[in-house]
Write a protein that binds this ligand. Structure first.
Ligand SMILES: O=C[C@H](O)COP(=O)(O)O
Length: 318
C-alpha cells in the first residue's frame, strides 16, 4: 500500500485567505444531527458498514501483549458468525479496517495478526502521541521504528504550538519529515482540534497537513478535553473537498475520540456522505478511531437479530 496523496508545495497565499464562517458551520452541524437514521434491516447493514471503517484502538498505559492480541482477534471477527448468518446479509466476513496501538505494541499486533493468518493493517500512533512535546529527532525516529516493526499506517500528532502561532512553514517542514519517515506507510495526521483555538486554525492546519502529503487528517488523539465533534468535522471535510478540487488528490478523514455509540457512528457516516459523497465511505478514505464503539454496535446488531437487547453475558467482551 503506498501513499495516495503525494502532497504539494506549501501555498501560503491560499492559507492566508482562509476565513471560516462559524455560524454557517454550526447551522450545518445542526442539520447533520437532525438527519434521519435508517431503521431495522437497513440500520443493521449500515452498522456492519460502520464496523468495516473502525480503527479498533487500544491506547492505554496498561496495554500488554495479551490485550493487544485480544484486540486483534476481535478486529478479525468483530461480530459473532451466528449473528451474521441470521442477518442473512451478502457480507459473510466482516473485519474492522485496522487496529491502532502504541509504538511499543506494534510488534505484538503484527505477530498476533500473522498468527491468525489475517492481513489487517496495523496503525501506530507516533511523534510523541498524544502531546507531541518531544524533540523533532525523537519524533521522526519513532515513526521509523514503528514502520520497521511492521506498522503500515502511522497516526502522527502535529506540533500544536506551530499551528497556534501560525508557523505554517515550520509545521509543513516537520510534517514533510514525518512523511519521508513513513516511506510506504500511510500517514494520518492528528490535528488535536480540542487544542486549537478556532475553526479557521483547524481549516488552515488541515490544509498544511494535506499539502505536506497526509493520506488522512484525523480530529483528535482521544486524550484532549474536546475530541471529535460534528462542527469541527464539517470544517475538516470542507478543507478535504477544497484540496481535492484544487489538486485532484483525495485525502481521507478520521474522526476519533469519544465516539462510543452505534447511533453516533451512523451519524458520522451520514455526515461524510453529505459533505464528501459516497466515494469517501470506504476504508481507504474514512475511518472511525474508537476503543469502545464496537461493543455498542454489536449490541444493536444483536437486538436486530433477536428482537431484544443482549444481557451482559450474551455478548463476548471486546
Ligand atoms: O485514535 C483513537 C482514539 O484515541 C480513540 O479514542 P476513544 O478511546 O475515546 O475511543
Amino acid at each position: 500500500m503506498s501513499a495516495t496523496n503525494p502532497g504539494i508545495s506549501l501555498d501560503l497565499e491560499w492559507i492566508s485567505k482562509v476565513r471560516v464562517n462559524t455560524q454557517a458551520v454550526l447551522r450545518r452541524a445542526q442539520h447533520v444531527q437532525a438527519l434521519k437514521i435508517p431503521k431495522d434491516r437497513w440500520q443493521a447493514a449500515w452498522l456492519l458498514k460502520a464496523i468495516t471503517l473502525i480503527d479498533l484502538t487500544t491506547l492505554s498505559g496498561d496495554d500488554t501483549p495479551s490485550n493487544v492480541q485480544r484486540l486483534c482477534l476481535k478486529a478479525i471477527q468483530p461480530v459473532r458468525r451466528d449473528l451474521l448468518q441470521k442477518m442473512d446479509m451478502q457480507r459473510k466476513e466482516v473485519t474492522t479496517a485496522a487496529v491502532c496501538v502504541y509504538p511499543a505494541r506494534v510488534a505484538d499486533a503484527v505477530s498476533a495478526l500473522k498468527a491468525a493468518n489475517a492481513s489487517l493493517p496495523v496503525a501506530s500512533v507516533a511523534t510523541g502521541f498524544p502531546a507531541g512535546q518531544t524533540p523533532l529527532e525523537t519524533r521522526v525516529e519513532e515513526v521509523v521504528r514503528a514502520v520497521a516493526d511492521g506498522a503500515t499506517e502511522i497516526d502522527i500528532v502535529i506540533n500544536r504550538n506551530l499551528a497556534l502561532t501560525g508557523q505554517w512553514e515550520a509545521l509543513y517542514d516537520e510534517l514533510r519529515q514525518f512523511r519521508l519517515a513513513c516511506a510506504d506507510a500511510h500517514m494520518k495526521t492528528i490535528l488535536a482540534v480540542g487544542d486549537l483555538d478556532n475553526f479557521t486554525t483547524v481549516y488552515k492546519a488541515s490544509l498544511v497537513a494535506m499539502m505536506a502529503g497526509s493520506d488522512f487528517i484525523k480530529t483528535s488523539t482521544g486524550k484532549e478535553a474536546v475530541n471529535a465533534t460534528f462542527p469541527v468535522a464539517i470544517v475538516m471535510a470542507r478543507a478535504i473537498r477544497d484540496y481535492y478540487l484544487c489538486t485532484g488528490y483525495k485525502v481521507g478523514f478520521k474522526p476519533a475520540g469519544g465516539i462510543r455509540t452505534a447511533q453516533e457512528s451512523l451519524l458520522w457516516l451520514a455526515l461524510i456522505k453529505e459533505e464528501l459523497g459516497s466515494d469517501w465511505l470506504c476504508p481507504h478514505l474514512f475511518r472511525i478511531g474508537a476503543s469502545s464503539l464496537l461493543a455498542d454496535i454489536e449490541r444493536q446488531i444483536y437486538h436486530y437479530v433477536t428482537g431484544r437487547y443482549a444481557s451482559f453475558h450474551e455478548l463476548p467482551m471486546a
